[in-house]
Design a protein. Sequence first.
Length: 288
Amino acid sequence: MAAQDQSHAPDESTYVVDAQSAAEMSRLMRQEKLLTRSMGGIFPEGPDLSGVRRVLDLACGPGGWVLETAFSYPEMRVTGVDISERAVAYANAQAMAQHLPNASFQVMNVQQPLAFADASFDLVNERLIVGFMRPDKWPGLIQECLRILRPGGILRFTEFEPGFTNKPFLEKALGMVTRAMKLGGYTFSPDGLHFNIIPMLPGFFREAGLQRIQKMAHVIEFSENVEARDSFYHDTAIGFQLVEPFIEKVGLATVGEWREIYKKAIAEIFEEDFRAIWFFLTVWGRKP
């Protein structure tokens, strides 16, 4: 089916999936745990946190990273913001249930000016927002993060690139998702084969004037007989369902055509010779 690049109005929602969806919240809850465990903890890069007391997590979803950080560092006040009212309500309930008075959550669109005063935070974090950020929005978001960071504060972004698999239908389905993201105007890829956010992040940090910029790469394996495989299946199966309207919207396939492909793709995850890895990059630096 032929597909053309899609134009978009300035006020159009840029979320590829329904941000209020219960299924999306379930997917994110499991994904948060998988990422933190597989990447080696909350701060696997071991930054100097001696002066960090006020922390903000952008697009926090159900709040997994915020809750773990608040538990591990009781001296910190950790705030999460997300556009989903459902996710924020759940996260605040979890903070209360887990007796974490130093964790709190607010409904906020991170693509708009953030409702915080200048120099409000010592560290601003984000993980995996490429799914709703258009290329021209990244520099503005980083500038807004710098506004709310104190001098010397840490900005920390983690993004990903779908990697490789040895299964034909899963490879095809993942390729269709990246192509749809290109057609929808979300990626930095010239040909739609990748998201290409990973090579862009260090440059964004340099251009924004951040200092002492560092990088840490992560590879997560999802192959058969690897612990992360089941979480990968859960994440992929729900994700493929949620992007159905988007796949059809950009003209890449009908819902029926897409379902036929992705059902074969997720079935391949349980084959004995299944192999897959994905790539992640954390970039951090300090505000002058």
